[in-house]
Write a protein that binds this ligand. Sequence first.
Ligand SMILES: [Zn+2]
Length: 75
Amino acid sequence: MQVEYFCRRCGSHMATLNLPAVNEAALGLHALTPEERADIITFDALAERMRVKSICDECAAGARVGGDRKPRLLH
Ligand SMILES: [Zn+2]
């Protein structure tokens, strides 16, 4: 199972985890309400991939508030 993390604000790809199985507790998702989970998690059954919206360091620091939406490559 591939789990991809994207910034919900600027859309940048943050990280990709390859997990043998989805363990929501390990991902820290078990504490979310069903509404929150539906909002931040997108499960692509065909691709066996899960997308999780989060906040990147720059957005967390407020650097990108109102800024551009240019993707940031990590690799
Ligand atoms: Zn961001």
